[in-house]
Design a protein around this ligand. Structure first.
Ligand SMILES: [Zn+2]
Length: 309
């Protein structure tokens, strides 16, 4: 697995050197409107950063809405954007292995938004077992730590904007707390056998913990092993044993394996959850807060409906 990645890395290093050589002018580090540019690795943290930054700073995401973010392959233009950025915000916890060495080489300061978070280790016996689950943003409590880390990084980048960043961060944290309570209320009346969250990727460990649900997934992290017969059989068993009324899959991967689970286990495929990426502005989850709300409603409807036993 490491070999093709290294091959790609070597190719991209050459491309990065070329693009740096062609555009080494330091005046490129600010965008046309004179504002500093903050680059994030995916759309969810770009949205959080925009909330804290307000209008003072340009915020952009390397990966686009709807992208698969675990195995993303950076393009030469991504690497140029990283080299030109004034600050890079990454999730950390192993999520951006595809980008780490380029972030390090870009010369831009970097902040890791999961610094200070208690990560949940990945369960099971796969190659990922014991590693930190990277999807820490799915807990609103953790999101408050992300916001503080964003605030600190922005205040360092643009000290004159500090009071504005502080006010924006505090207002956003208030909203995060309100949405945290809202999603908890959505699922609080589910009976015991309906308190199981069955998904494709093991991306909901933080959600399951916060909402008091038992988590079961087909595969731990989006990678090569998605929906193997063993993964399907184990999940079917779980769904049958617990009589789980509805199962889910995430927007950035194929739902076919989970649809098969639903069929074999006599359950229902109860919808798409959003975790690794926001949708476009006119889609169902254009913001992080909308993503949290939409997931909680989908989960509550999927586990509540048809689950009378
Ligand atoms: Zn994921």
């Amino acid at each position: 697995m490491a070999k093709p990645f290294l091959g790609l890395a070597a190719t991209l290093t050459v491309l990065l050197s070329v693009s740096l050589g062609a555009c080494g002018d330091s005046s490129e580090s600010t965008a046309d409107n004179g504002k500093k540019t903050v680059l994030t690795t995916f759309t969810v943290i770009a949205d959080m950063a925009s909330e804290v930054a307000g209008d003072r700073v340009n915020v952009a995401s390397i990966t686009k809405p709807g992208s698969e973010i675990h195995g993303y392959e950076p393009t030469p233009s991504d690497l140029k954007r990283a080299a030109d950025a004034d600050l890079i915000l990454e999730n950390g916890l192993g999520l951006e292995r595809w980008f780490e060495q380029f972030i390090d080489r870009s010369g831009a300061p970097k902040a890791t938004l999961t610094d200070g978070i208690d990560a949940i280790p990945i369960a099971g016996d796969s190659e990922y077992a014991g590693k930190p689950n990277p999807h820490a943003w799915m807990s609103t409590k953790n999101a408050e730590i992300y916001v503080e880390n964003i605030y600190k990084a922005l205040a360092k980048l643009d000290p004159a904007g500090e009071p504005e960043f502080r006010a924006n961060a505090d207002a956003y944290k208030k909203e995060l707390r309100a949405v945290g309570e809202e999603v908890l209320a959505d699922v609080k009346d589910l009976p015991e056998n309906q308190r199981a969250l069955v998904t494709c990727e093991g991306a909901f460990s933080y959600v399951a913990r916060d909402l008091g649900l038992t988590e079961k997934y087909l595969w731990p992290v989006n990678a090569e092993q998605e929906g193997t017969p063993q993964q399907i059989a184990a999940t079917v068993q779980f769904v049958r044993d617990r009589k789980v009324p509805g199962v889910f899959c995430e927007s950035t991967v194929s739902p076919e394996a989970m649809k098969q689970v639903a069929k074999e286990a006599g359950s229902t495929f109860a919808g798409t959850l959003y975790v690794d990426s926001l949708s476009k502005a006119d889609g169902p989850v254009p913001t992080y807060l909308e993503l949290l709300r939409r997931d909680a409603q989908t989960i509550a409807a999927g586990l509540g409906a048809g689950g009378q036993s």
